[in-house]
Design a protein around this ligand. Structure first.
Ligand code: MN
Length: 449
């Protein structure tokens, strides 16, 4: 249940592209990742200028690869699988020995091929790290993903959005203590997906990952810090988030593809490094497909679960590519009563608090096709009756048009479901009867043109 195991599986399916040209960590690797970021292959960079370590990227770059990683066939079974994991998380085993312990050394972050992704970024950023920490009393563990800016050989700046890790850090700070963290890089997609979701405070995302992996996740206890990390990781940094020291963090391109602003953020002192002898460094392109899917899919689950509580059936949920996999959702439902569409919209905003614009459509609409969604808005939506506008609510600070300090935004819900009082046929897309002869003719005409 390692990244390597998953890569072997993807290699056999022909989903890994090997890049043998020598490339720089500064813009060159990220430029190639960007070119493949729309449903593209996994990229294995075997020759990184100035480093012995190889780089892998775009691992979770398509929905179908994430399905394979979790052994499901489609999004709906993925949602059900994750909901099940949230309902019955299982504590992983702790082991004493692991491949990641092969090499244990003094920290030197400059030896790791960390990428500088975009023009205007503050510097090289680790973007795939799974960060785990425990409360001072050891009762609560949290696992989450945070961007980490390389400051020097031993220090990182961490962006701490006020969620669970921030809460643990604040608790340690109150006691005048730094917060110990394990920073794991190069893990199985199920671990990344679990770390990208938000379990209730008190439930470790490792337990969720373990459930997703059918109880096959193993952890190790770090040597120099009080934290646990996946035994199958490629690389683990042991660190402490300073209670006192803060530095400028950012700018960095985030999920919207725009630069997130610079803020004062805490410093991590790295005190130990362990890795497999031939470890692979896992890169993740900010704003790329993989970023959108890892952040977005767990939110689709929350929306799905939330909307399912208020309408009889939810067919599909899509945090759209154009909406950064974060700000725009399209939801298709089986409408039973008038008003179901609006209730679904309200539930969607509850399920994913960063959501800004949501569209609800009937189950005959393909929510992955933006033209089909627009067609539903064009033919089934009346602005005077079917629009919900909610000003001054908390949304995402990643949206440059939202208030960057307060996070306040305006949310809009579009109910593009058919009104039930009007005959269904009025809204049906017309079809032309065809036979085999005609279909065959069309096929020939198309292939000759
Ligand atoms: Mn959490």
């Amino acid at each position: 249940m390692s990244l390597r195991g998953f890569l072997d599986m993807m290699e056999r399916k022909g989903e890994v592209l090997h890049v043998r040209e020598a490339l720089s960590t500064r813009f060159e690797v990220s430029a190639v990742l960007e070119a493949f970021s729309q449903d593209g292959s996994i990229l294995h960079f075997e020759n990184i200028k100035g480093y012995d370590t190889e780089v892998i990227g775009n691992i979770c770059g398509s929905r179908s690869r994430i399905h394979s990683a979790l052994n499901v066939s489609d999004d709906r079974s993925l949602y059900e699988r994750m909901i099940e994991a949230f309902r019955s998380p299982v504590k992983p085993r702790v082991v004493d020995d692991a491949a990641v312990m092969e090499v244990y050394e003094e920290p030197d972050l400059h030896k790791i091929p960390v990428l500088t992704h975009y023009e205007g970024d503050a510097g090289p950023y680790i973007t795939s790290a799974i960060i785990s920490a425990r409360s001072p009393d050891g009762k609560v563990e949290n696992v989450s993903i945070h961007r980490l800016l390389i400051l020097d050989r031993q220090h990182l700046a961490i962006r701490l959005v006020p969620r669970h890790l921030y809460r643990l850090w604040t608790a340690a700070k109150k006691e005048g203590k730094d917060l110990d963290v394990a920073i794991a890089i190069g893990v199985h997609p199920a671990v990344s997906l679990a770390a990208a979701s938000t379990a209730p405070f008190g439930i470790s995302e490792f337990w969720i990952a373990n459930k997703l992996l059918d109880n096959n996740l193993e952890l190790i206890r770090c040597e120099r810090v009080d934290a646990y990390a996946p035994a199958d990781a490629e690389l683990i940094l042991e660190g402490r988030i300073s209670a006192k020291k803060e530095v400028d963090e950012g700018p960095l391109v985030d999920i919207t593809g725009t630069h997130d602003i610079r803020r004062k953020q805490p410093v991590i002192e790295v005190v130990g490094v362990m890795h497999r002898r031939d470890y692979i460094y896992q890169a993740l392109l900010p704003g790329g497909c993989e970023h959108r899917l890892l952040m977005g899919l767990p939110r689709e689950v929350m929306i799905y679960e939330s909307v399912l509580k208020v309408v009889p059936d939810v067919k599909a949920v899509n945090l759209t590519v154009g909406g950064c996999g974060w700000l725009h959702a399209v939801i298709s439902i089986e409408k039973q009563s008038e008003g179901d569409g609006k209730n679904a919209l309200l539930a969607a905003f509850t399920g994913h608090p960063s959501l800004k614009h949501a569209v609800v459509v009937d189950s005959d609409i393909d929510i992955y096709d933006p033209r089909d969604v627009e067609w539903a808005i064009a033919t089934r939506f009346q602005g005077g009756e079917d629009l919900i506008v909610i000003p001054n609510v908390r949304g995402s600070t990643l949206d440059p048009s939202a208030n960057q300090n307060t996070g306040l935004t305006t949310k809009i819900g579009i109910d593009a479901t058919r009104p039930l009082g009007v005959p269904k046929e009025r809204f049906k897309r017309a079809t032309i009867p065809s036979n085999r002869k005609v279909r065959e003719l069309i096929r020939r005409l198309k292939s000759s043109s």
